[in-house]
Design a protein around this ligand. Sequence first.
Ligand code: ZN
Length: 334
Amino acid sequence: MKLYPLLLEPVLKDYIWGGRNLETVFGRSLPQDTNIAESWEIAAHPDGQSVVANGDFAGLTLTELHQKLGLDLIGSRSRWAQERDKFPLLIKLLDANRALSVQVHPRDEYALEHEGNELGKTEMWVILDAEPDAAVIFGVKEGTTPEAFREAIAAGDLEQYLHYVPVTAGDFIDVPAGTLHAILGGILIAEIQQNSNTTYRVYDWNRVGNDGQPRPLHVEKALDVINFAQVEPTAGEEVVISAENDLLRTELVSNTYFTVERFTFDAGGTFSGNCDGSTFEIWGTIDGETTLTGGDITIDLPRIRFTLLPAGMGAFEISADQPAVMLRAYVAAQ
Ligand code: ZN
């Protein structure tokens, strides 16, 4: 069976903090009269399934395709995920028109014990666009103890323990499971995360959900999983992998679940890769426009478009006629 670069139809989520910025900033057409918070670009989760939009597999959900292809889709390094019947990653675009809740996600072991077959959630964000004073909440302030934090939740004065980090376009933030965090208003983000939808909210800004009721908080579970040793962390610093005439390649984040690299192409830049069966690869253009050829087809990747390359696809080639920036996510050898 010929494998090829997959384009997927995203799943849109209208959570209360969303807006219209995917359309106004990036030109993505959205349904009328709704605010869109998240666009799940590559998703195989019970809460959202993206559907293959091109080629022989068109019309299949990503979960159906995974069931059909198994390790030919996800690769031998993700055998653990195969055993748990999971596609390993979830790729989203977020329009934080307003602040998200202050929240934390569990590690794998805690999620498995408390949330059925759900995975933990380690995530990372690349800031695509940000208003001038934009910031995120990331980790706790020096001196925060679990006891003091618990009391502050009850008293409604958590602010003193929250650590703020200013962000601008191009910054990235590494958010391992257990990190206290909130994306605040005025930020557009590409998020690469484990395939999980488990969030423990500790504070939701005293607002109500779409149904007029306060959204649930999960204080006890949050206190179980918050890493209070993560004191005043900073935005990530990329590491150069290679710097050639027409391509700068850097590593942003690398952990057990995913490695994320950033490719900055000059006009005419190219990159040759190979999906040799060990891992799927996800590529997305976040600035400019690129083309990708593999499995006998060529696809265009305009800004904020992602593609999933099956692990067994073989060789591929990327080219950028004009300057462009891409993200690459895959599972690295341990
Ligand atoms: Zn999160």
